[in-house]
Design a protein around this ligand. Structure first.
Ligand code: UDP
Ligand code: MG
Length: 324
């Protein structure tokens, strides 16, 4: 292990990019300049996540001017979580930054993050101070999501923590050991633990282009987060079953009581139909939820690679033997 306080650290920075051709010529030099102020040994790993615009051509052009650039071209769009995994697999720095390629993450924060790392923190993550760019509905859903994920969970996922963070090489190593295909990175970061520090920040507006995480994308990731990271939905199903059984027990007792003591013959037709439909609905819903888990198990056991690299250019940091 290196002495964080004295040695010039080797820094990696990962930028996942999907259709960011217009942003890269501004973001890449800016990030490189910020990194250069921190250490002479840096690499910038740009993961092209199957962009449909000319992100790759633009990145290759930038690569000619900046030898610190490593380009990884995935064979198709695998999604941000997979692109991040590709970046983490290739990062060789002592500390690894993760940023967006759209200029939303202020480079001014990198120095503070590294300072925290120097003081001994292994994970420095950023928490967005406000969510004013999102609708009330989105914010409500976000709160509900974190509430559900963290309900009774041993490992709490910090709410509103983003992907913009610094990871120590040991944390990166730990993340590489995570074999799951359905990746909810925020959950994985939380799961590996290590000494963590949160920094507040205000996300900048996107330079150009549009976010790929609208309400639908957020729902998809939210579902992955919930299903891959907590058994809460399964538990709720169990709780629902218990409540329903109790209700049925009480109702049944009441009917018996009515019949024997009040002498009321309960006409059952409507009750039976309503009860059957309700219970069939609950059962189908539960089976549907179970199927979600089964489908994910099916995906996991296939053991497909998380991403495929079509091509790669640039060398990045040289490997150092452990003794160094
Ligand atoms: N991204 C990616 N693959 C995708 C979608 C997004 O690599 O399938 C990258 C994107 O280029 C950007 C980052 O992930 O660098 C965040 O994406 P975006 O700005 O759309 O999300 P938001 O900032 O709204 O969370
Ligand atoms: Mg963005």
């Amino acid at each position: 292990m290196i002495d964080r306080a004295t040695a010039a650290p080797r820094l990696s920075c990962i930028l996942p990019a999907y259709n960011e051709a217009t942003n890269l010529p501004r973001v890449v030099p800016e990030v490189l300049a910020a990194l250069a102020r921190l250490s002479p040994h840096v690499e910038l790993i740009l993961v092209n996540d199957g962009s449909r615009d000319d992100t790759w051509a633009v990145a290759a052009q930038l690569c000619l001017q900046h030898p610190q650039l490593v380009l990884i071209d995935l064979s198709r769009n695998f999604g941000k979580e997979a692109a991040l995994s590709a970046g983490l697999d290739h990062a060789r720095g002592d500390a690894v930054f993760i940023m967006d390629a759209d200029g939303q993450h202020p480079t001014a924060l990198l120095a503070d993050m590294l300072a925290a790392w120097t003081r001994g923190f292994d994970v420095v993550y950023t928490v967005r101070r406000t969510r004013t760019d999102q609708s009330v509905l989105q914010r409500r859903l976000t709160r509900l999501f974190y509430g559900l994920v963290n309900w009774q969970a041993r490992v709490k996922v910090p709410p509103n923590a983003g992907d913009f963070r610094l990871l120590d090489a040991r944390v990166v190593q730990a993340l590489r050991l995570m074999p799951e295909r359905h990746r909810f990175m925020k959950g994985l970061y939380a799961w590996v633990g290590f000494r963590s520090l949160a920094l507040d920040y205000e996300p900048l507006p996107r330079l150009a282009g549009e976010t790929r995480f609208g309400l639908r994308g957020a729902f998809g990731l939210g579902a992955t987060g919930l299903l891959a990271f907590s058994a809460t939905p399964l538990r709720l199903m169990g709780v629902g079953g218990i409540l329903l059984s109790l209700a049925a027990l009480f109702y049944g007792s009441w009917v018996v009581f009515e019949y024997h003591f009040l002498g009321i013959d309960v006409p059952g037709y409507a009750t039976i139909v309503a009860g059957m439909m309700f219970l069939a609905g609950v059962q189908l819903m539960s089976i549907g939820l179970l199927s979600e888990y089964v489908a994910r198990i099916y995906d996991e056991v296939k053991r497909r690679p998380l991403y495929l690299v079509a091509r790669q250019t640039g060398h990045g940091l040289p490997d150092v033997p452990d003794a160094a």
